[in-house]
Design a protein around this ligand. Structure first.
Ligand code: FES
Ligand code: FES
Length: 159
């Protein structure tokens, strides 16, 4: 067991756990951040995606020891029901989810894309979301939602 510091959604936290523990388990079971989902557990589906120092990473395959001292952003850090991130608002506006299980991971991947590319093409959005599986087949609405959010952010939407 080790005491490992993390910065999660802007707050410094310390976790006592085996360094091999997957980050996903730490987020969900130690920190109570249930927005990040467990899907395959084998780095195949993307629903456990979080940002690690701004880069999208699959937290089911990320050992705790490898993220010590790093900044982790989860879906809980993106926005709130009262103040949704433009991506979250765009997904609502486009009704982009069906069951919604994939959406935390997709929103995180989309956030990483828009942080580095304010005006992505549809092909660039699809490429950025290539690691995220949506079993409900909402792909077209998801692409439209990311385009809508990008436009909103370019017009001065907050965050
Ligand atoms: S649960 Fe991590 S990629 Fe599927
Ligand atoms: S909305 Fe159900 S898996 Fe994507």
């Amino acid at each position: 067991m080790q005491l490992i510091p993390l910065i999660v959604n802007g707050s410094v936290v310390s976790v006592t756990a085996d360094g091999d523990t997957p980050l996903l388990d730490i987020l969900r079971n130690h920190l109570g951040l249930l927005g990040t989902k467990f899907g395959c557990g084998q780095e195949q589906c993307g629903c456990c995606m979080v940002l690690v120092d701004g880069h999208p990473e699959k937290s089911c395959g990320k050992a705790l020891s490898t993220v010590a001292g790093k900044a982790i952003a989860t879906i809980e850090g993106l926005g709130t029901p009262d103040r949704p991130h433009p991506l979250q608002q765009a997904f609502l506006d486009e009704q982009a989810g069906q069951c919604g299980y994939c959406l935390p991971g997709i929103l995180i991947s989309a956030k990483a894309l828009l942080d580095r590319n304010a005006a992505p093409s549809r092909a660039e959005i699809a490429e950025a979301l290539d690691d995220n599986i949506c079993r409900c087949g909402s792909h077209i609405r998801i692409l439209r939602a990311v385009e809508r959010a990008a436009a909103r952010l370019r017009e001065g939407g907050t965050r």
